[in-house]
Design a binder for this molecule. Structure first.
Ligand code: URA
Length: 426
């Protein structure tokens, strides 16, 4: 007979868990037979002592088995999705899903809401008047067939063990375990039923993984799980020490994404969107499309309009605008030497763009718009960025978050790490 205390002891003594122990403990925890305190102790033992590749793959399988797998209908095109580990100004999903659909694949993107300083894709799209995140499985299938792209809320029946475990990890200091993060992300993506998956694994101050080494280890773990489950997976290592693009905040990011879909927008957002689209099309076996040209021509924009309209949104309605906008100005002449992703993300969050607790509402119009780029010359009093909010009282906290994070100096600015690093494949 398996007992929770013996499973905890096994991992505490740095022994690998057996397949039976893993299946038993994950299923028991989902049912409520394994108590929260026992799962917390096990999560801490895993954080401290790790899990090998076999254990991590089995843990992922047990989390998938805790719920349903989505049976997506055959939509006549290859299904391919992407997941980002999250960052400041990371709006890439918004132009990427319509772009990849415009190039011939189908993108089922089941997403979450944001917690903390990184924004959630659904929060961004909910700033579009009328847009609806919750879709039934039939609606997802119909939209994939008609439009080729759907971005919607994940369903509660998908990997419920992960939902329960993530909530526990959040309050027990056990989020930062690579096997637990990798199995959490991959269980949801595998249960979603995509056949190809591109992972954007970020490192830097604004990312979950602060160093390129940790990001690589996470990417390797996820690619390995994908391989073990027969999911075609590639992971691209990217930089998150500087915000992506010039906006952080829900409606501000939607507006910037629309610029990109119309063939303009900031170079880094365009570059990363195209690089991830190439990887997705490669996994989908589509070789005759050139995403850079499709994006620059504006041909992905009608797909965006159809995708938003299919979910009740009005793609031509004006986006919400904040009632209060204040500038941060340069306190001296010089060069913008530092524009730290975490500082900008925290400022956007304080302004109301993000939530501190799951049940908090976000402000659609709140956030930060950067007005100068790293390395630009500026003069005393020149506006460096705008702070947008509906709660004027939030501005001092946003200014405090930016203090030391947005810095004008004598220059030159230290070079930004390359935006796009290597791609890992099985
Ligand atoms: N995102 C997830 O979905 N799970 C984790 O464990 C961490 C980030």
């Amino acid at each position: 007979m398996i007992r929770a205390v013996d499973v905890i002891r096994t991992k505490r003594e740095r022994e690998p868990l057996t397949d039976e122990q893993i299946d038993w403990v994950v299923a028991g925890f989902t049912r409520g037979d394994v108590a929260d305190e026992q799962m917390s102790a096990l999560a801490m033992a895993i954080l401290l002592n790790g899990m090998n590749a076999r254990e991590t793959a089995r843990w992922t399988a047990a989390m998938i088995a805790s719920g349903e797998r989505l049976a997506l209908p055959d939509v006549g095109r290859p299904l391919v999705d992407k997941h980002s580990t999250g960052g400041v100004g990371d709006k890439i999903t918004l132009p990427l899903a319509p772009l990849v659909a415009a190039c011939g694949a189908a993108v089922p993107q089941l997403s979450g809401r944001g917690l903390g300083h990184t924004g959630g894709t659904l929060d961004k799209l909910e700033s579009i008047p009328g847009w609806r995140a919750e879709l039934s499985l039939d609606e997802i299938g119909a939209q994939l067939s008609s439009v080729g792209a759907v971005i919607c809320a994940t369903t509660p029946t998908l990997a419920p063990a992960d939902r329960k475990l993530y909530a526990l990890r959040d309050v027990t200091g056990t989020v930062e375990s690579i096997p637990l993060i990798a199995s959490s992300i991959m269980s949801k993506k595998i249960a979603e039923g995509t056949t190809g998956l591109v992972l954007d694994v970020k490192s830097g101050s604004g990312a979950f993984m602060k160093t390129p080494e940790r990001a690589r280890a996470l990417a390797e773990a996820m690619v390995e799980i994908g391989g073990a489950h027969g999911l075609r997976t590639a992971a691209v290592l990217t930089d998150m020490s500087v915000p992506l693009g010039r906006t952080a905040g829900n409606a501000l990011e939607v507006a910037e994404s629309i610029e990109v879909l119309r063939g303009g927008g900031p170079t880094d957002v365009v570059e990363l969107t195209v690089a991830l689209a190439r990887e997705m099309l490669d996994l989908a076996g589509i070789t005759d499309a050139e995403p850079a040209e499709v994006l620059a021509s504006g041909a992905a924009y009608p797909v965006w309009e159809a995708m938003i309209a299919a979910q009740g949104g009005d793609p031509s309605a004006p986006l919400p605008v904040a009632s209060h906008v204040e500038e941060l100005r340069a306190d001296r002449s010089g060069v913008l030497e530092r524009c730290d992703a975490l500082a900008v993300g925290l400022a956007a969050w304080r302004l109301g763009a993000g939530r501190a607790r799951k049940d908090h509402a976000v402000q659609a119009a709140a956030g930060v718009r950067l007005l100068v780029d790293l390395g630009d010359e500026v003069t005393t009093g020149q506006p460096l960025l705008e702070m947008h909010t509906d709660t004027r009282d939030a501005v001092p906290a946003a200014r405090a978050a930016l203090d030391g994070g947005v810095v004008v100096g004598d220059g030159p600015a230290p070079p930004r790490p390359p935006l796009i690093g290597p791609t890992l494949r099985p």
